[in-house]
Unconditional design. Structure first.
Length: 721
């Protein structure tokens, strides 16, 4: 009853808040700045906005946020700058409805609505992300991106295989300026953090028909975690050329490097052998000074867009990504004795990994007439191939860990590493055709219907195991949405879509099970206020995953050894509510606020993925002071995450809380201030986790934790020209 009451109360609050915004739109201050929607390629309202005019969302159609029948959040460049966001992880930690499980210092999982987020996208192109092998993706720099778009729910129409969680789309900066513009920035922060960034755009010929943009960033920082440090380098260059008045070519290349010293692998023990909590200091490490995890990511792309006289657009793109990793890691497992610190055991791992991915896309989109009304359509073809390889260097004998209570890893000796040998290999191919149409059934009523047919094949082998193949042909992914314009401010919507996730489990007869199928239904109300400067939404959703593999027994094939076999069962169900508001409420006052709550249960009614917070509250706002104080902008925000927990299967006997690793709900306060020293030069101060709240992420499989950042301060100077 209490949860139902909270849901009803939330709906009432929304019902009160949205009409107030509508009233402000109708009778607002005549002097308020009006920022009309500029429908250009960047699809944003202005350089100081917290919202945008359009976004692709879960379909290939450019639509206003209130016309999109799914929950969409856009983190604009202005918000990135105001909050001092530097990595993809920073964005996910500040967007309503999605969260980060930082289970190691340099690996993390992104989650939404109770499910893992499988793929990141760059300009709408899915990029392979293997959480178990990757450390670079979560630390990817935002320097080369203009904004980040997040679509929550199933997004199979555009991404193919995956979970019904969310799609995170990183939108690159483009070379659109015909004049010399740009910025240079330097910054410092806690733990000897240093950062420099340059972003320059200019025309490359006299007419401006050929334009270029170059972005570079360098960071170097130690950490609150002992021994841990990271250096990163990012370079990005792009050229945009008007081949004809109707044809635009865009080519570019980026490289990102992360050189991490002393990363943790597996986290910190949560228990002592007597079952009491360890309660380490946030500076505690389980790494050694010789450990490292270096990654690089090269990405090249070329796109061509041609606009026909009838308004149709033809788009073609090719991207090529090459991601490499080189690691030497130490994992300490077990539970230490509270007095002696004995009981921890070392395990070493050194891996060379590489993922090469190629994507090609063709699309046609535009308007058409039918039954006297104007409609829109898009259809296309997508192809992707990702080849993953991993080699392992075997380690020699590892020294005893000694007293773990006093461990800092600075003097722990490095083992002798052997030559690299094969460990794992896989090749994943997807190709698909899709089509979607937006029908104008009546002036206030729009119907969006679409489908995707995907062919999926993954082959591979892990050392010591037989080769495997997972193949799914002609997987149909439907999409349907209905949007009704209540008036000029509000629209109501409902949508249904799905997504599939191949699985490598076999049934009693030895046949690979069909994919897990995620089905997502969503309904809500959206509002667009103050001439589009503010967007708000209220959504309710229901997600179900069917055909989850469940072990059913053992079977012998052809007289061989017993093998486990599986059956597909209807499994996980997630349902919840999300409320969000973004934009410029009055001149100089930007705000982003949202609240999400969901329940996620398996087929037996038990919580699944309980390490993912069920409740999230995100708010951040800035205000540019008026009059004589107009050079000063101040801001702040609050991030709340609800309780998370997991049961440690190997917890010591008599462990407190019956072996449950528990992180109570916590609140973090963030503040910022920016002062315009001159027309071109500004100084900005950001303080995150002002109250120095201690919290951690969990590694459920190993009963380990990793502490998040304590209070962090950064100061930057930025020059715009």
């Amino acid at each position: 009853m209490d949860k139902q009451f909270k849901m009803k109360r939330l709906a009432v609050l929304v019902g009160l808040a949205l009409p107030l915004l509508a009233q402000a739109q109708a009778g607002g201050d005549d002097g308020a700045a009006v920022m009309p929607t500029v429908q250009v390629s960047s699809q944003k309202l202005g350089d100081t906005s917290y919202t945008v005019g359009k976004a692709k969302g879960g379909t290939p159609l450019d639509m206003a946020l209130r016309d999109t029948p799914q929950s969409v959040t856009v983190v604009t460049q202005q918000r990135i700058e105001d909050q001092g966001l530097q990595t993809v992880t920073d964005v996910v930690n500040n967007v309503v409805g999605i969260s980060v499980n930082q289970y190691e210092t340099n690996r993390a999982g992104f989650t939404a609505r109770g499910f893992d987020v499988d793929n990141l996208q760059i300009d709408g192109v899915p990029t392979t992300w293997e959480q178990s092998w990757s450390s670079g993706e979560v630390a990817s720099s935002l320097a080369l991106y203009d904004r980040v778009e997040v679509v929550r729910g199933a997004t199979g129409l555009m991404t193919g295989a995956g979970n019904p969680s969310a799609a995170i789309n990183l939108v690159r900066k483009r070379a659109t300026s015909k004049e010399l513009t740009g910025s240079a920035e330097i910054g410092v922060g806690n733990w000897s953090a240093r950062r420099a960034q340059v972003d320059v755009s200019t025309a490359l010929n006299q007419s401006g028909s050929v334009r270029g943009r170059v972005v570079g960033e360098y960071t170097d920082a130690d950490s609150w975690v002992s021994l841990l440090s990271n250096k990163s380098k990012t370079i990005y260059a792009t050229v945009e050329a008007d081949l004809t008045p109707a044809t635009v070519l865009d080519v570019g290349f980026s490289r990102q490097e992360n050189d991490v010293k002393a990363p943790m692998w597996g986290g910190l023990s949560y228990w002592y052998t007597n079952g009491n909590l360890t309660n380490w200091d946030v500076s505690k490490t389980a790494a050694a000074s010789w450990t490292r995890w270096n990654t690089s990511y090269n990405n090249g792309f070329a796109t061509v867009q041609h606009t026909l006289d009838n308004g149709w657009k033809l788009d073609a793109s090719v991207t090529r990504g090459d991601r490499k990793g080189d690691s030497q890691l130490l994992y300490l497992y077990g539970y230490p004795d509270a007095s002696t610190g004995a009981g921890m055991f070392p395990f070493g791992g050194a891996y060379l990994t590489r993922t090469e991915q190629t994507n090609a896309n063709l699309q046609a989109s535009g308007p058409f007439q039918l039954f006297g009304r104007k409609h829109e359509a898009a259809f296309g073809y997508m192809y992707s191939k990702a080849e993953f390889t991993s080699d392992r260097r075997p380690e020699g004998a590892l020294a005893d860990t000694g007293n773990y209570n006093n461990w800092n890893g600075a003097t722990y000796p490095e083992p002798t590493w052997g030559p690299a040998t094969f460990y794992e290999q896989s090749t994943t191919r997807q190709d698909a055709v899709y089509g979607v149409a937006r029908f104008s059934l009546a002036d206030p009523l729009k119907l969006i219907v679409g489908a995707r047919v995907t062919n999926y094949k993954k082959t591979g082998q892990v050392v010591g195991s037989d080769a495997y193949e997972v193949k799914n042909d002609n997987e149909l992914t439907p999409y349907a949405g209905l949007v009704y314009d209540i008036n000029n401010t509000y629209s109501a919507y409902a949508s249904y879509t799905s997504i599939f996730q191949p699985q490598n489990y076999k049934d009693f007869g030895g046949k690979t099970l069909d994919p897990v199928r995620g089905k997502a239904a969503e309904a809500g109300v959206k509002g667009e206020f103050l001439d589009g400067r503010v967007n708000a939404s209220l959504a309710v959703f229901h997600i179900k995953q069917d055909n989850l593999a469940q072990e059913a027994g053992t079977v012998r094939h052809n007289g061989g050894l017993p093998e486990a076999y599986y059956v597909g069962v209807d499994g996980a169900t997630s349902r919840g509510v999300e409320l969000e508001l973004n934009g410029e409420l009055t001149r100089g006052w930007n705000a982003s606020a949202g609240y999400s709550i969901f329940r996620a249960k398996d087929a037996d009614g038990a919580d699944f993925n309980s390490i993912y917070p069920r409740k999230l509250f995100r708010v951040f706002t800035t205000y540019n002071l008026p009059g004589e104080l107009s050079k000063l902008t101040i801001g702040g925000g609050v991030n709340y995450e609800g309780r998370t927990y997991t049961v440690d299967p190997g917890a010591p006997n008599f462990a407190v809380n019956h072996g449950v690793i528990n992180q109570d709900g916590f609140t973090m306060v963030n503040l910022m201030a920016r002062y315009d020293i001159s027309k071109n030069l500004s100084a900005q101060l950001n303080v995150n986790n002002v109250t120095d709240k201690t919290h951690f992420g969990m590694f459920a499989a190993y009963g380990a934790i990793t502490y998040a950042a304590p209070r962090t301060t950064s100061l930057s100077l930025k020059y715009k020209f």
